[in-house]
Design a protein around this ligand. Structure first.
Ligand code: FMN
Ligand code: SF4
Ligand code: SF4
Length: 290
């Protein structure tokens, strides 16, 4: 267990200030955008803020010292109704030291629960006190392969909700509001059933990202960013046993040479399965849980 964690490039934290740490996982940038909006708002309210990206394996290997922070915000995309497995495993190594914490997710307009409930459960087991949670709409990762879910999100309405989320959360962090997060929607699904749901991604991503013989500038970004440690930049090949289908490599390749299969047919199947239309999905709103 990591008891003494230190963010490597720690900022100059000023004694006596209210220090908030925002830790986030973001494969394709939506969660990072909300983290950035939250940082801006916390600062407007007078807090000092440090953000830390745990998307890559290297990011999760680095130790974080929670000591200087009064409160911690955890941001994640929803993957099959939970936080990404690699992030859940990382959270289970932390020592919350009875610090106040908050959770936020971005998601593509489909399943949400039990993400809030299960992440809160992990954080409370690690001795954090969870005071709030929120979900924000974001373009679905699989839009990179032809889905059309939540295009253009997060948008102004989502960022406005992020501001309200920070206003509520900051009051709870500082003790101006001494409430903590109320009861959340659990699930009747077992861990095994939730684990089985994770396999759905590979009925959608049927061809792992590949350069398919194309030349590239060999910047190594795809390998460095890969949260599963699955990408080998030199060969352009992916270890299918480690790939979590996050598409960070595809989204971040500067040469745009990493290709996946066309997912358009699975988009139509998904809408039918969920009894949704593109319009009904698009009409969903970001939400705060208190
Ligand atoms: C493997 C995988 C599983 C996903 N599962 C869900 C899901 O259960 N419900 C949902 O609405 N969106 C789901 N999404 C979409 C992401 O939650 C959404 O696009 C999110 O904003 C991505 O965040 P990021 O850009 O920070 O990586 C999934 C995406 C991936 C890659
Ligand atoms: S990110 Fe793209 S350009 Fe960089 S090494 Fe990977 S495939 Fe090549
Ligand atoms: S190889 Fe798989 S796990 Fe790694 S970044 Fe690409 S999609 Fe994500």
């Amino acid at each position: 267990m990591k008891n003494s964690l230190t963010v490597g490039d720690s900022p100059q934290l000023v004694a006596g200030r209210f220090n908030v740490l925002i830790v986030y996982f973001s494969a394709t940038g939506n969660t990072a955008k909300i983290a950035q909006a939250a940082e801006t708002r916390f600062k407007e309210l007078g807090a000092d803020v440090t953000t830390y990206d745990i998307t890559s394996c290297a990011g999760r290997r680095k130790e974080i010292d929670f000591e200087p922070y009064q409160a911690v915000v955890f941001g994640a995309p929803i993957y099959s109704c939970r936080a990404p497995r690699v992030m859940r495993e990382w959270l289970k190594t932390l020592d919350g030291q009875r610090k106040k914490a908050s959770i936020f997710f971005t998601y593509g307009g489909f399943g949400v629960h039990p993400a809030h409930y299960s992440t809160r459960q992990i954080l409370e087991e690690r001795a954090f006190i969870v005071v709030s949670s929120a979900e924000f709409l974001g373009a679905h990762t699989f839009n990179l392969g032809g889905w059309r879910a939540m295009e253009g999100r997060p948008d102004a309405s989502d960022f406005e909700m992020a501001k309200q989320y920070v206003d509520i959360t900051y009051k709870r962090f500082t003790g101006e509001d001494d409430e903590i997060l109320g009861e959340l929607e659990a699930t009747e699904r077992t861990e095994e059933q939730l684990d089985a749901m994770e396999k759905f991604r590979f009925t959608v991503l049927t061809q792992f990202p590949t350069r398919d013989g194309e030349e590239c500038s060999m910047c190594l970004v795809c390998e460095e960013i890969c949260p599963g440690g699955a990408m080998d930049a030199a060969s352009g090949k992916v270890d299918g046993g480690k790939c979590i289908a996050c598409l960070a490599c595809v989204a971040n390749c500067p040469d745009n040479v990493l290709k996946i299969n066309d997912m358009s047919a699975s988009w139509l199947r998904k809408l039918e399965m969920e009894q949704e239309t593109r319009e009904s999905i698009q009409a969903k709103k970001s939400r705060i849980y208190v």
